[in-house]
Design a protein around this ligand. Structure first.
Ligand code: 13P
Length: 293
């Protein structure tokens, strides 16, 4: 039996641009989150991206995660794999050779000139390995941890349209991740959903016009729904969510464990975490794909 036709990530990016919607990107550290993302996307019949940072890749195994995504694609699910926040040329090369669909080369913590130089090198190196791989670069600074934070990092730095244009022109990246009021992680005050991250929508529109490439919004967790909608209208085409999934995973697991201290079968305990993560994934995918809002 032949495999179902799966579009490339480039084709999906063209489609989300035409439809003025966004591709959901969710990070994983285990099979529970992977299954929740895959099943959520399948149920809603939308494409999805799975991301693994250097730490997540280390834990899950770079070839194991590539094999998981490949096998889901053979089931007909349009699921893509991103080497999220890759800081070195060695790690970028490793992901490109392992068959990832996208590499985010993240030099955003470096001075601009250094970020430009290294990102350009990453683009040249990855294109030689496989020109189909989508390459993303990042500017500005939005913090670095998908965790619960006591306070905002002090060194957050917003991006400008001028920086965006120069960065895209000089590096040749396909996708740009700017800093537009977004931040990695959730503040303690946001955990219960009473307080939200707010985005600088006019800045997104100006950066989108200047950059002329699809934009990624990192640090999606805890963002106000209305800001997500406005950001998508302004040019955001990929949205990353991680901390919200981690929080759901932990709460779901705790609730399962509390039900019985004598239950030891992982496949009976872990569905609690799976259901909690899948709920978040489906809610976010509906919003990003303009379904029912
Ligand atoms: P959050 O953890 O804030 O959702 O950010 C995730 C992210 O941007 C991963 O690249």
């Amino acid at each position: 039996m032949s495999s179902p036709k799966i579009r490339s990530l480039r084709e999906i990016l063209a489609e989300v641009e035409n439809k003025k919607i966004a591709l959901g990107h969710f990070n994983i550290s285990d099979l529970v989150a992977f299954k929740a993302i895959k099943d959520g996307a399948k149920a809603l019949n939308v494409p999805v991206m799975v991301g693994v940072s250097e730490g997540e890749r280390e834990f899950v195994g770079i070839h194991a995660v590539a094999a998981l995504v490949k096998s889901a694609r053979e089931e007909g699910i349009e699921i893509f794999l991103n080497a999220d926040h890759t800081h070195s040329l060695e790690k970028a090369e490793e992901a490109a050779r392992a068959g990832f669909d996208e590499v985010l080369f993240d030099g955003s913590k470096l001075p601009m000139e250094e970020n430009l130089r290294l990102t350009k090198q990453a683009v040249e190196m990855i294109r030689k390995i496989n020109p189909e791989i989508v390459i993303e670069g990042e500017i500005g600074y939005i913090g670095s941890s998908s965790e619960i934070l006591k306070e905002k990092p002090h060194d957050l730095a917003l991006s400008t349209p001028g920086e965006a244009l120069r960065f895209v022109q000089q590096t040749g990246i396909d996708v740009l991740a700017p800093a537009v009021g977004n931040m990695h992680g959730l503040l303690e005050s946001m955990v219960h959903g009473n307080e939200h991250k707010r985005l600088d929508i006019p800045r997104i529109a100006e950066i989108s016009n200047a950059a002329g490439v699809p934009l990624t919004l990192h640090g999606g967790s805890g963002t106000a729904d209305e800001d997500f909608r406005a950001a998508i209208q302004a040019g955001i085409r990929i949205i990353h969510v991680n901390t919200e999934l981690r929080l759901a995973w932990r709460k779901g697991l705790e609730e399962s464990l509390e039900k019985s201290m004598y239950e030891v079968a992982p496949y009976k305990i872990l569905p609690g975490a799976y259901e909690a993560v899948r709920k978040v994934v489906e809610e976010r995918l509906k919003l990003f794909n303009g379904q029912g809002n």
